[in-house]
Each structure stands twice: as C-alpha cells, then as structure tokens.
Design a binder for this molecule. Structure first.
Ligand code: ADP
Ligand code: ZN
Ligand code: ZN
Length: 744
C-alpha cells in the first residue's frame, strides 16, 4: 500500500503530496490522518508529515514510512484540505491547528497541583526579532529556534523549551540578557478551575423573548438539524442565560457544546457563570495565557470525552470535540474570529462547516451584529431571534454628543470638553467610577518639526515613529525599531520640534493635573504586559474602587463594573479615518459597546462622546443605540459602492526585499488574473503599492479584486499562486486573503 503524505513544512512549493510505501507491519495502523516520520530530500533526519490519502500503487520509486506517531481523524484531514484551498495555505499549516498543543511531549508536570513555574515571553515584537534573524544579528541556530518557537508558544516554561527545541537553560538566559525574552515567575494552577468555589446557579425563568429564542434553537437541536441562528439582543438582554440553558439541553441529550468568545472576554467572570451552572469537570477552557502543559491537558480531557463544554477563543473551534450538539459564537461581530496569521481562517466559517457535519445548530450572538450576518438574517439564510429588552430591567445609559469643533472655537484646548470635565467632577464627588476611552492606539503621539513639517519615520517601514514617554524613545509599532528622541530637526536644524497627538499617557497626565486627588489607572499596550494582564488591571480598578480608568480598545469588552456610571469617549473619530470599508461599522460597534459599560446595574449611566464629526451617522446611531437605523444607512452605502455583503474583497498581498522583483511578480499575477478571472462578475484592479509600502525593509504591493468568491474563482486563484511558487521569485512572498480585517 502507498500513503500520500504532506510534509510538515511551510514552504509553499511543498504544498503537495509525496508517495511513500507503507511497510507491512504498519499496514494495519496507518490510516488517513496518521502522523508519520519519513525520509525526505537531503535532510539527514526524518521529517514529519501527515497521511492524507491511501492508494494501491504509485508510478514513482518510493521510500518507506519510517514511523507512525499519532492519529488525526479522516474528518479533520478533510477539513484541513478544504481550508488549504479556501484560505490559500498549506495543508500542513491547517493540520497543525488540530494537533494537541505540544503533541510530541507529554506535559511534564502532570498531577502536580499549584506550583511556581518560570514562563518565557518574548520581550521584543516578533517583527523586530525576525528582522534581527534575517539581518544576521542573531547567529546562533539554537537561539533562532527558541525565538521562533516562542512566537507561537509564549508562556512556555524553560524546561518545556529545552524539551521541545533542544535548546538549553543557558541559551534562554543569554536571550534574556540580550533583551529578547523575559522570564517571568508565575504561579500556575494545574487545573485552572480546581480551586474555584462558585455558588451554584439554576436556570432562570426565561422572559418571553428569551423563551422564544430558546425554543427555536432547541427545536433544531432536538431534530438534529443544522441551522444557523442570529441572537441579536442589546447588552444585558440575557443572551448568555439562553446559551447556558441551551448547553444544559445539549448535555442532557449526551451531546457536547463549543462556545467561542473573543480572547479578551475570556475573563474569570465569564467562565464563572459556566462553572456556576455546570460541573467543573465538564468544562474545558482554552486560551493563550495557558502554558503548553495546561493546554495539552485540556485538549486531552476533550479528546477523552471528559470535558463536554469547551469555552475558548478562535482556535478552540479545532478542539477534538465529538458528538457536538451546539456551537455558540458570542460577540460574533468581533474581528478576532478571523485569523490574521497563516492559516488565515475565519472561525465562523469553520464553525459553520462543523455544525453542518454534526447536524447541529450554530448560534451567533451579538448586540451589534456584523453587517453581513444581519443582512443574511434578513434574507432568510440565518434565522433571526431578537431580544429588545434588558433582562434585569436596568435602563440603557443616556448618551450625549459633544462637538469638539465648538469647544475649540470657544477657546478650550484641553482634551476634555466642559461637559465631560463637569461630569467627571460630579462623579468624583459622588464617589462613582469613570471610564475614559481613547479610540485605538494609532492615536498615539508622533513628532513633527513646526518649521518644515519633518516627521520622524521608521527607516524600515515608512511609518511615523511613536513617542514613548517613560523610556523617552521613539518606537516603530510595526517593527519595534527604536531611536533616541530628536531635539533638532535633521532637515532644517530648527529646534521647534513638537509632540503631536493624544495618547493615553498624555491623557492620564492631563487628568492628574486637572483632578489631582483622583486615583487613576491606565490600560493600554504599554501597561498591559505579560506580567500585568488586562485582567489584573481591571480587577484592581474594581476592587480598589479606583476613580478613573483610562484606556484603549481593551476597556471595551464584556466587563461588568457596577459602580461605573460615567463613560467618556475622548475622540470618537479616529476609527472613522482608517482606510477600510468597515470604518463606520467599527466605529458604531465600538461606541455602542463602550456605552454599554455605563450603568449596568441599578445606578443610571451616562455616556459622553466627544467628536469632530457630530453629524456622522455611525456616531449618531451609536448615540441613539439604534442598530436598525445604522444598518439601513450602512447597507445602502455598501450596495452602492459594492462592498461586502454584495461582493467579496480579495486582497493579494506581495512583499519582497527587491523592488524590481515585486513589480515583476505583481504584474505577472495581474495579467494572469486579467486574462482568466476578469469578467462582468470580477473586477481586478491594477497592482499598486500598499498604503504602508514598506515594512521591515520589505516592499509591499497589492492587487484588489472585487467579486463574489466562487469555487471556480478559488481554483483560478490557487492555480495562479501555484504558478508563481513554481517560478523563480525567491525574494517575494505572495498571500491571498478574502475580506481581510485590515486593508493596509
Ligand atoms: P447578555 O449576555 O445579553 O449581555 P446576560 O445573560 O449577561 O445578558 O444577562 C444580563 C443580566 O440579566 C445578568 O445579570 C443575568 O443574570 C440577568 N438575567 C438574564 N436572564 C434573566 C431572566 N430571565 N430573569 C432575570 N434575570 C435575568
Ligand atoms: Zn525642520
Ligand atoms: Zn519599523
């Protein structure tokens, strides 16, 4: 017998099968899905691969499979093969998502309860590290291997690193000394849930709206029927209670449940609600803060059918769950469900595929559904279940808009409008808490010469460098490159260098100046480090009753602070200015969510949104908390401009060290697609430099295609990629992403 094997390598040229002879003694053992070791090319050691097909004969002279390691199921192989076409990547990249974390090792610290470990984290941005590897700044092969391993496995212990990479403790120490990694002492609970004592809860009596939604979905579940539902309900309308009761139904019928939530919402508060309702032993939690050992254990509990409920972020969709009775995706509009790294999969699509295969319902939940999802629910492809009332009868907060242009005209140059200032003052008096929200970190400080307009840009990336006050340095957020602060303009030698922009640091300073007695805490990319998770900051904010929380994006999601009665949005506009067709949608979602942080319980909430565009519809609709009005306006725009859901945006990205080569390759791809794809349904746009045309010294170009993705189009694109990879453009990488999160 002959096995068709894909080799576990990321090189695109190797995305094909190689034939190997199955030795007689392994014939019984090797099936589709087997992980095998095989001799390959000139490699002196055996390499691993996966059996994705078995046949009688081959026309080639072939070597034998040397060893078999571990099995995947045929279904998983099917899914991986489908993914590889759909997301334009290697089959082996997809298979890797489905393997138990750190498969080759057993977790070393099994059975031990609490203990202290030394977890290793990257200290520099991975892009900066990769640059140092590429430019030969890091020479040691072992150092490289450890760093690249950490890229996907931060939080691994030193001993795990030794075992998995062949590196030693001494090498990790050297990397620490050279500033590449940090070693953090951490207390781990072997079973993250073991010591939790949570009072049990029972099913609440559902409101009519909840009951209606519950019935519709559970009926599908009883009939073993695949169906997609959208539970659209304002925050606090009782969606989670519905999920809990549906999962209860599934377990009653001996089925299992998968629950996906955005990584950042995977808080203990959220998980506690599940523990309070179900047995701890039935629940597995998967997220990136777990050590490999912990992840491995959770994976095994799922595989052995001990855990019947999986709660996790995006990649938990690949958990080896059997007999799935329901899949729930909470906050379905969240962009984290789409992977930005290879394989660039969409967890919602994968969930859909698994639900179909398992004959079970897929439930999408949101207070601000993705425009595409809502559109399909109106078209009947998804069943819409609406919850219009808050379940605990708390009122939605009152929202006010402040026009910053008017503030400026009245001579107020502060970051706070008079209204927001007064509201904070009042709140401080009443000992209530306030959250101040700065829309995204891109709003950070940059440096400009006021004489000649010179701005300091990263020499690798062509992007403005950001000023970091604590270190008094300029940093590139794309590659990690650092420079000392300039005081004299290198262009015109003027000393009139000014700092522009309003970062969270600057806001905190200003607040501390205006309200010297107020206690503040800041949450942004600089304060949230590995040691100091956003979780801990939020707990501190709540438990120590800190007056004002200042933060970016991260403050927005899923937390519940009973004493927060005021939310201020410093400038709502910055997400409107991003180069993306979803700018309005993102703005509406984020403002609605941030507004939802105020007045979650008995105390009434107030939200003040400061903006330069008070008449912009996404801001007005967020003020009114009117999703329908937002949807109607936005969908009309999308239709007119031909954006999703009316077509797909296909982005072909090129990056290369050589400018000449990138132009040549992109022209080749363009003319191929122009010939084979461009017709009434597809519009292939000319190759152009990307908005950020250089990152880490690599030139970036792109081709945009608009059209409805079909199997045929997918085939043409895959063929095109194959042709490019077979040709001799060694310095250029090409990737294809359908409806990417980011268009830069
Ligand atoms: P969502 O997930 O839509 O934000 P939750 O399920 O968290 O809403 O519910 C919000 C609050 O209302 C919670 O405190 C929850 O316990 C409570 N709640 C939910 N459903 C009911 C119900 N049927 N009766 C009473 N309280 C409810
Ligand atoms: Zn100058
Ligand atoms: Zn850079």
């Amino acid at each position: 017998m002959i096995a068709e094997v894909v080799i576990n390598r990321t090189a695109r040229r190797l995305n094909r099968t190689f034939d190997y002879k199955i030795p007689k003694d392994l014939e019984e053992l090797i099936v589709i899905g087997s992980t095998v070791l095989v001799p390959f090319g000139k490699a002196s050691h055996l390499v691993d691969g996966y059996v994705i097909g078995i046949k009688e004969n081959t026309t080639y002279e072939v070597k034998e499979i040397a060893k078999i390691e571990h099995n995947l199921t045929e279904k998983q192989i099917e899914l991986a093969t489908w993914m590889s076409k759909r997301y334009f990547c290697n089959v082996s990249d997809c298979i890797k998502q489905m393997l138990a974390p750190g498969t080759k090792n057993k977790s070393t610290d099994r059975g031990v309860q609490d203990k202290t470990i030394h977890a290793v984290y990257l200290k520099k941005d991975i892009e900066a590290i990769e640059l140092d590897i590429e430019t030969g700044k890091i020479k040691s092969e072992k150092q490289k291997r450890i760093l690249l391993f950490l890229k996907n496995n931060e939080g691994t212990t030193v001993s795990e690193i030794e075992m998995l990479t062949g590196g030693t403790r001494a090498i990790v120490k050297t990397l620490e000394k050279n500033g590449y990694v940090e070693i953090v002492e951490k207390k781990v609970e072997r079973n993250p849930l073991a010591n939790k004592q949570i009072p049990k809860t029972t099913n609440l009596k559902l409101t009519d709206e909840q009951e209606n939604a519950f019935k519709a979905i559970s009926t599908s579940m009883d009939k073993n029927e695949y169906k997609e539902f959208l539970v659209y309900g304002v925050t606090g309308s009782g969606k989670t209670e519905i999920y809990l009761q549906l999962i209860g139904e599934a377990l009653k019928n001996n089925k299992t449940a998968i629950v996906l939530v955005p990584e950042i919402s995977l808080t203990p508060q959220m998980i506690d609600r599940f523990i309070a309702r179900f047995h701890k032993e039935e629940i597995a939690v998967l997220h990136s803060k777990l050590s490999i050992g912990e992840r491995f254990d959770e994976w095994n509990r799922i595989k052995e059918n001990k855990a019947k409920i999986v709660i996790g972020a995006r990649s938990a969709i690949f958990a080896p769950m059997q007999n799935v009775g329901i899949i729930i995706i909470d906050e379905e509009h969240d962009s984290s469900y789409k992977s930005e790294a290879v394989p660039k999969y969409d967890a919602k699509e994968i969930a859909n595929k698994i639900a179909q295969e398992s004959n079970c319902p897929l439930v999408l939940g949101s207070a601000t559904p993705d425009i595409n999802t809502y559109y399909h629910s109106l078209k009947g492809k998804i069943e819409l279940l609406e919850l219009t009332k808050r379940a605990n009868h708390s009122n939605l907060p009152e929202v006010e808009i402040v026009d910053l242009k008017m503030e400026l005209a009245n001579g107020n140059r502060s970051m706070l409008s008079v209204k927001l200032h007064d509201a904070i003052e009042q709140n401080l008096k009443e000992k209530r808490q306030t959250i101040l929200f700065l829309n995204r970190r891109g709003f950070s400080t940059f440096i400009m010469c006021r004489e000649c307009g010179y701005t300091v840009k990263c020499k690798n990336c062509n992007i403005s460098m950001t000023y970091h006050k604590t270190e008094n340095k300029l940093k590139c957020h794309y590659c990690g490159y650092e420079e000392p602060v300039v005081t004299i303009c290198p262009e015109c030698h003027s000393t009139k260098i000014r700092y522009f922009g309003t970062g969270t640091q600057k806001l905190e300073q200003e607040i501390n100046k205006i309200f010297p007695d107020a206690k503040t805490i800041r949450m942004d990319i600089d304060t949230v480090t590995k040691k100091n998770s956003h979780e801990e900051i939020l707990n501190k904010f709540r438990d120590e009753n800190i007056d004002i929380l200042i933060g970016t994006q991260m403050v927005v999601k899923g937390h519940h602070f009973p004493n927060v009665t005021l939310v201020g949005v410093i400038a709502a506009d910055s997400s409107l200015n991003i180069d993306d067709y979803r700018a309005n949608e993102r703005t509406f979602q984020i403002l609605t969510q941030v507004a939802g942080r105020a007045g979650r319980e008995k105390l009434p909430g107030k939200v003040i949104i400061q903006t330069y565009n008070p008449e912009n519809f996404s801001i007005v609709c967020a003020k009114e908390q009117n999703y329908h009005m937002f949807f109607d306006t936005e969908i009309a725009l999308r239709k007119q401009l031909k954006y999703p859901p009316f077509c797909d945006i296909i982005l072909i990205g090129f990056n290369s060290l050589l400018e000449k080569e990138i132009i040549e390759v992109s022209e080749k791809v363009y003319s191929y697609l122009k010939k084979n794809l461009d017709n009434e349904e597809f519009q292939v746009l000319k190759p152009m430099p990307s908005p950020i045309d250089k990152i880490q010294n690599r030139f970036r170009w792109r081709i945009i295609i608009k059209g409805n993705m079909t199997n045929k189009a997918n085939e043409i694109l895959n063929d095109c990629l194959k042709k490019i990879f077979e040709s001799n453009y060694k310095n250029t990488r090409v990737s294809i992403d359908v409806n990417p999160n980011s268009m830069i």
